[in-house]
Write a protein that binds this ligand. Structure first.
Ligand code: PEP
Ligand code: MG
Length: 757
């Protein structure tokens, strides 16, 4: 059973279209269950369940038989959202006979719902002539099958007829709002290295150049294989040697090489042509009955990836020309992908993985680049060169927008520009409420570009400089001197304003290409301070670099991430003092900077007082605190709906932290993304946070809101909000407070309102 399940799912996953997916399902399920009929019904826009594929019923009835919810047996399964197992279907009161199907021959019926994200997408049915109930094992098999296939069907449905993308205007793909704003531009696909499934469909003019790339890459892999065979000569047995020869043969012109060359001549890039031919062969091998031959599918895939890596290398040498308004799209984008696009050309970002608090989204927000995360269904490999609209407010992407959609979003873009221009006037005014309660607005930085933007927006300091970002942009650990130069630049740019440098916070979703950390549960694993305390040599050289960089400027503050207990804090403090003493001995004129700790794990919330006794300041990392309090992975789009920074539990924790910090007389700020949310900022001020540190893009919006309200109003609002028991109610309450205060223009609550259906 398990083996047939695995094989069906594997085959379905490799299918090219929804039609193929359904045909494979009905054929394979029917033969695995040894039954006479297997059919799939899918829900259409009118909420009817339509027969989409069958083995056993008459093919003419496909697309014709349709049942509303609770009409017919299929409708009953859909409305009850549970299996229906009958030995005599015709005697069921809801039975409905469709003569065109020829189903009168079949007496027993087993239907199970296909459910994805709580929605019944369709019904999977098996039928047989013999009057007998399907047994428990059969029912369980079909339920398991359906649960596994639901995601694949949903994906195939959402991506639609991929082949017609380009002719189909306004295909809309939903994801998670990553960075606010709207972008209209041209898609540039970022493919991970050597991933055959992520190669963009690309048409080319210079066929000869592509053929040349192909022949060079094939030669390179042939050379590698020959070398490897020579090296392993004495260790290889006869079968293995034959296998290596077979690989070499496959790369010949008479084999794969020739097939690919033909495809290139029809106008496709070498990378695309190669990946398609390889995937077709992989699919053929995977379908083979013989286990040995089936295994060969992975060899072909491996060979394919090796050649692809060379092809990608050769074309990356030919310099990439980015369009004026580039929308970067890819499965999982990295900081260095963003860095490769000239800043003035990067208009928008779409990532299939990740969620609103993934670090790439945070980076995009700090650069003010509209971004959609977790757009899992976006057929990005088909979109190279297509026009996209990125709606970073709603978390939606439109491909090949119609004139109506384009002008709707162009209008939003214009309004946004006007808003930014109108906020310029408050840039140099202090951030204070109407009754003069002062709040400091700081920024979060990491790149040189966001530091520049921050100064232009009137930031009063840096509340979080993410030092891991410069680490991520390299291919090895930066030396102490290299770090000193980068930090000096940051400290000089802001001096005399304070700059809070966080010690290296890697792990979770922040990987260094040259220091991979592979764990089953990375957000609960080796992250932040845990890594650097295990590597004091890395920690000490970083702290020394920071201290040296601050010489003569004295605007450095050091902050420690992911601390979950007092001993961690004490060891880190001891190391900082050690670095400081060393530098004094080496005659550097450095001052001991204030040292602070982040409150970003639940344990720290309850130890604020213990931490406060040992440090000079506290800063709340609400991004992580939210994920840990709510047990919701900040990087996982599947649970993005559950990630609520304004969840009452998070608000209660924030109140406790501010209260305990105040009782110890230690200043407390907040540097998670919540601080840059103009509505949340009102609550944070009422809670007593001394400074809010946010992305530069939102700074003036937050300032304009805080300058428009009084302390009494925000205290009243906080009191009111703290009585609510769920995040949606909190959001609604804040939205109406915003509207009442005439502040709606600062926040866009519904970017799709008024958009034609
Ligand atoms: C946080 O967790 O809120 C935070 C500011 O740190 P990061 O987002 O870099 O994990
Ligand atoms: Mg954090």
């Amino acid at each position: 059973m398990l083996e047939s399940l695995r094989r069906i799912v594997q085959e379905v996953n490799a299918a090219a279209s929804l039609g193929d997916v359904l045909n494979i399902i009905v054929a394979r399920v029917r033969s695995s269950m040894n039954t006479e009929v297997c059919s799939v019904y899918l829900r259409n826009d009118q909420q009817e369940y339509v027969l989409m594929a069958t083995e056993g019923l008459r093919a003419e009835s496909i697309g014709k038989v349709a049942m509303a919810k609770s009409q017919g047996l299929v409708g009953v399964v859909a409305s009850r959202e549970e299996p229906l197992n009958l030995d005599d279907a015709a005697s069921h009161p809801k039975y409905q006979y469709f003569p065109e199907t020829g189903e009168e021959l079949f007496n027993s019926f087993l239907g199970v719902p296909i459910v994805h994200n709580r929605q019944v997408l369709g019904v999977l049915v098996v039928q047989q002539e013999t009057k007998r109930r399907f047994d428990e094992a059969e029912e369980a098999f079909l339920v398991t099958m359906s649960a596994q296939l639901a995601g694949v069907i949903a994906h195939a449905e959402a991506t639609g007829g991929l082949a017609d993308i380009g002719q189909r205007a306004d295909a809309r793909f939903l994801g998670v709002a990553g960075a606010p704003g709207v972008a209209i531009g041209q898609c540039v696909v970022v493919s991970p290295l050597a991933d055959l499934n992520a190669v963009p469909v690309q048409r080319v003019r210079d066929i000869d150049q592509e053929l040349q790339f192909l022949s060079e890459s094939l030669d390179a892999v042939k050379h590698d294989i020959t070398k490897l065979t020579e090296k392993l000569e004495t260790h290889l047995n006869k079968e293995e040697r034959i296998l290596f020869d077979a690989y070499l043969g496959m790369l010949d012109d008479a084999s794969l090489g020739g097939e690919v060359a033909d495809k290139i001549r029809s106008g496709f890039s070498a990378q695309y042509a190669w990946s398609q031919v390889i995937l077709e062969h992989v699919a053929v091998f995977s379908r083979m009955e013989d286990a040995y031959l089936r295994e060969r599918a992975s060899d072909v895939r491996d060979l394919g990836s090796r050649v692809l890596a060379y092809l990608q290398q050769s074309s990356s040498l030919a310099e990439r020309d980015y369009p004026e308004r580039t929308i970067l799209a890819g499965e999982e984008l990295t900081a260095s992908n963003l860095g490769e696009v000239p800043v003035d050309k990067l208009a928008g970002i779409v990532s299939l993985r990740g969620s609103s608090n993934s670090h790439i989204a945070i980076l995009a927000r700090s650069l003010g680049i509209p971004t959609v995360m977790g757009a899992v269904d976006l057929p990005f490999t088909h979109l190279e060169g297509h026009t996209l609209v990125v709606d970073g407010y709603r978390g939606a992407v439109y491909s090949d927008p119609s004139e109506r959609v384009r002008s709707h979003y162009q209008e939003i873009l214009n309004e946004d520009k006007q808003l930014v221009a109108s906020l310029e006037s408050i840039k140099d005014l202090p951030c204070e409420t109407v009754d003069r309660q002062r709040v400091e607005l700081w920024v979060n930085t990491g790149l040189v570009a966001d530091a520049m933007l921050s100064i232009e927006r009137g930031a009063e300091g840096v509340g979080l400089y993410r030092t891991e970002i410069p680490f991520m942009l390299r291919d090895r650990f930066p030396s102490e001197e290299e770090q000193r130069q980068v930090y000096r630049q940051q400290l000089e740019a802001f001096a005399p304003r304070p700059v809070t440098m966080r010690t290296l916070d890697i792990g979770g979703d922040k990987a260094l290409p040259y220091f991979p950390i592979s764990e089953d549960n990375p957000f609960l694993g080796w992250r932040g301070i845990r890594v650097t305390l295990d590597h004091p040599e890395i920690f000490l050289s970083q702290v020394r670099a920071m201290l040296k960089a601050s010489e003569g400027l004295n605007n450095l503050r050091i902050m420690l991430p992911m601390v979950s207990n007092v001993p961690e804090l004490e060891v880190a403090l001891m190391l900082i003092y050690r670095a400081y003493d060393e530098l004094l001995e080496e005659s550097y004129k450095v001052k001991m900077p204030p040292v602070g700790v982040m409150i970003e794990v639940p344990a720290a919330v309850y130890q604020v007082k213990d931490f406060a006794e040992r440090v000079d300041f506290l800063s709340v990392g609400s991004n992580d605190l939210t994920q840990y309090l709510l047990a919701v992975d900040r990087n996982n789009p599947r649970v993005a709906d559950l990630y609520h920074s304004l969840h009452p539990a998070v608000l209660k924790a924030l109140v406790t932290i501010a209260k305990d910090a105040r009782s110890e007389n230690v200043p407390v700020s907040i540097c998670g993304e919540l601080a840059g949310d103009p509505a949340a900022a009102m609550l944070l001020v009422a809670m007593g946070y001394n400074s809010l540190s946010m992305n530069a893009t939102n700074l003036l919006k937050v300032k304009s809101v805080l300058r428009a309200v009084s302390s009494e109003q925000v205290h009243h609002l906080l009191k009111d909000v703290m009585t609510l028991s769920d995040a949606d109610s909190v959001n609604r309450r804040l939205e109406s407070a915003f509207k009442r205060a005439g502040l709606s223009r600062v926040m866009r609550f519904d970017s799709e309102a008024g958009l034609p259906n």
